[in-house]
Design a protein around this ligand. Sequence first.
Ligand code: FAD
Length: 381
Amino acid sequence: MPNKIVVLGAGVSGLTTAYLLSQDPDNQITVLAKHMPGDYDIEYASPWAGANYMPVGKQGSNHHAWERDTWPALKEITEKYPEAGIHFLGMTPNTIEINEHALIISSDAIIYNRKKDQESATGKWFSELVQPNPWYKDVVPDFRDIPESQLASEIDNGQIFTSVCINTAVYLPWLVGQCTKNGAVFKRAVFKHIADAADAHHSGQKADVIVNCTGLSSKFLGGVLDENLLPARGQIVVVRNDPGPMIGLSGTDDGEDEALYIMTRAAGGGTILGGSYQKHNWDPLPDPNLANRIMKRAIAIAPQLVKEGQGIEGLDIIRHGVGLRPLREGGPRVEKDEVAGVKIVHNYGHGGFGYQASFGCAGTAVSLVKQVLQNKTRAKL
Ligand code: FAD
């Protein structure tokens, strides 16, 4: 008898979990979701992400382990499957001088820290990322400190390493393709109560387990109603201009919940200019004043975005966007549960790190699904 599994949600969390589960031929998987790759909606965080790998989990936490365990998977996909829409930032040599032994490096992700940002919302979010000597220096390739002599006067420390940037418009459909190739079935559905999803497995039989990957919507989903969830609103501008490296700064002088990051997506996905980290803000509409500040800050830190002498009029805008990061007080919920007699494994609440922790969290969720299924088999014996 195959294992009948429902994955509820088709964002990066649901798709990555379904992808790993679908590698076991004993699993018969239905992915059910209100939104699917191709949709752009304020209730659907995944398409709006940059998305890059910039670890923020506190050393020694589950979050740290999930991000650490995700890098090898993203690296492997980037190397083996160019059609997945992920590229290294960047493998073309550039000319940043690091020391007399390494005049040319292959890494292109640059992080700057200003100590004065450490108490702001953005500074706290980035605190692990920007600190000198972070844990991820042993995970990503080519990690280097930027010599003090090469830092602008307001920067306290900086580092360079190799990271990835994901074109979510290509990567999410690629995940759907991998799952369907392995036999998973995708269906649109909307549920008011989580237990109802057990009756929607494509076999027509009741599912043995539901994996709940509904992100921020778990705040309102019957049977879950998680009050620890909150939005961290992220506003972005997507442009055709290409700055070269991916750049992030610990904060801005424009507001304590505003952010500055720039990344160019793989496969013609444009360059994302960010951003903001506005907790408890549900506004789905781009704020034009914030958009202006985002663009000005981007040009100030990366003047090569536009031609010499140009300001924001030199940016070629593809679209403005807003996404709500599914932040959860206490961290993501990846655990077993039972609701109205239905076995559940939760995997939601990944804030601004859903991609960079995707394989780590999905791996934990898959282990929990296996435990549920083993107990089911034992109960039948
Ligand atoms: P979602 O993508 O929100 O998916 C939820 C799914 O559940 C959807 O399919 C939805 O339709 C479905 N659903 C919900 N409720 C129901 C229901 N009742 N019935 C049926 N279906 C339902 N992360 C990174 O790692 N790196 C980055 O660089 C990065 N940048 C970001 C930039 C911005 C501007 C934003 C907004 C986010 C960024 N993130 C980044 C965070 C990342 O996007 C999220 O953590 C991630 O997308 C969450 O994915 P998810 O699958 O859990 O939720």
